[in-house]
Write a protein that binds this ligand. Structure first.
Ligand code: HEM
Length: 348
């Protein structure tokens, strides 16, 4: 079939594919939680602007955290990207080229978003520019997320690549793909939920009203998310949807576990029990990352299987990579500790 012939040759992999996929998904989980936090907190602050008494005093330290979370979020995306390239690189590069014009814009827009988050914090309580900076950051994040959802969806659908023969401008996006919209919305609603629970956590020892408010944001967003999730599921091709609905036992069990954990989490949020709510939220997030991975495998089934990858072990290189990665993470954790301690010291 023509689709298959469009898929480039895959490079050999340096370590067993299970290890690579595990790392890819682990870093994706960390990356997406942090990105959810940036967007969620950004949206919450924007909503509260001019609506809350003592807004600037209450939220300055949250504004300060956004650039820090941003930096770590991007740092954690890099290992995810590296592992994705090793395992699905031949698919990911192709889809990146097909939408290259929009894709390359991610870099300047990311820089703009990052600087905006700093301007927002620095000018937070002294200039109206802060609100514009925050809005710009949010718009840029919306753009980047939309392109990532497009790219990762296109990567999973080589049958869509034929569009290249009628459009070589690097402007192919999957506007006609039914699952694109709920997939994107799923990310945005998750951001509001994760932002809400963080907001609550942040105020949990300082202000009970705000703690409750954050948990309510989380709970309502999660209720909406259940609807978006159902929309996402029914927007998938029927054969894949059925795999998640009993066709594949493990995939179905993981999806059900995720939905169950989300419901428990929202019930405890409404009861103002942040610890249990957070615990079940983590379970939900893990389940959702696995669901997303299962979806990728189901989509690709006819065109590519991980077992096709040729293993040529390079344990020395791989070990050096892992050591450097761990050192890098240790430095980030250290940086975080310092910056969050400083945050507590500088109560401004
Ligand atoms: C504000 C900036 C960013 C936002 C809003 C964002 C958002 C997202 C979203 C929504 C997804 C999931 C897409 C889907 O599958 O539907 C994703 C995945 C991913 N992002 Fe980010 N991202 C950002 C920055 C970055 C950067 C700078 C990189 C690269 C260094 C990156 C690397 C990745 C990778 C590799 C994945 C897929 C991981 C996997 O499938 O295993 N992201 N991101």
């Amino acid at each position: 079939m023509q689709t298959f012939s469009l898929i480039p040759y895959a490079e050999p992999i340096p370590a067993p594919v299970e290890i690579l996929v595990l790392f890819e998904q682990l870093f994706f989980l960390i990356h997406i939680i942090l990105i959810n936090l940036i967007l969620g907190l950004g949206l919450i602050l924007l909503y509260k602007w001019n609506r809350e008494t003592n807004f600037f005093l209450n939220n300055k330290l949250i504004a300060k955290k956004i650039p820090i979370l941003f930096a770590i979020g991007i740092n954690m995306a890099i290992p995810a990207l590296l592992f994705l390239q090793v395992t699905f690189g031949h698919l990911f590069y192709t889809s990146s080229i097909l939408m290259g014009t929009f894709w390359i814009l991610i870099i300047p827009f990311l820089i703009l978003a990052y600087y905006s988050s700093y301007v927002h914090y620095k000018k937070f309580d002294i200039s109206p520019i802060a609100k514009y900076a925050l809005s710009l950051m949010i718009i840029m994040v919306f753009y980047i997320a939309f392109m990532l959802v497009n790219n990762l969806s296109m990567m999973e659908l080589p049958e869509k690549w034929n569009a290249y023969f009628t459009n070589r401008d690097g402007t192919i996006l999957l506007w006609g793909l039914p699952s694109l919209y709920p997939r994107y919305l799923h990310f945005i609603v998750a951001s509001v939920a994760v932002g809400g629970i963080f907001y609550s956590l942040y105020f949990s020892k300082k202000d009970q009203t705000k703690k409750q408010e954050g948990l309510r944001i989380f709970a309502y967003a999660t209720m909406v998310q259940i609807l978006v999730g159902i929309w996402f599921l029914i927007s998938l091709p029927k054969d894949i949807m059925l795999k998640f609905m009993g066709g594949e036992t493990i995939a179905t069990a993981i999806l059900l576990l995720g939905i169950f954990a989300a419901i428990v989490s929202l019930i405890f949020a409404l009861r103002t029990n942040i610890k249990i709510s957070l615990l079940f939220l983590i379970l939900t997030l893990i389940s959702m990352v696995i669901n997303r991975y299962n979806l990728r495998i189901f989509h690709l089934e006819d065109n590519f299987r991980l077992s096709q990858l040729n293993l040529v072990p390079q344990w020395d290189v791989f070990t050096i990579f892992i050591i450097i990665l761990l050192l890098g993470i240790a430095v980030i954790i250290y940086m975080l500790k310092i910056s969050f301690n400083k945050t507590n010291e500088v109560k401004k």
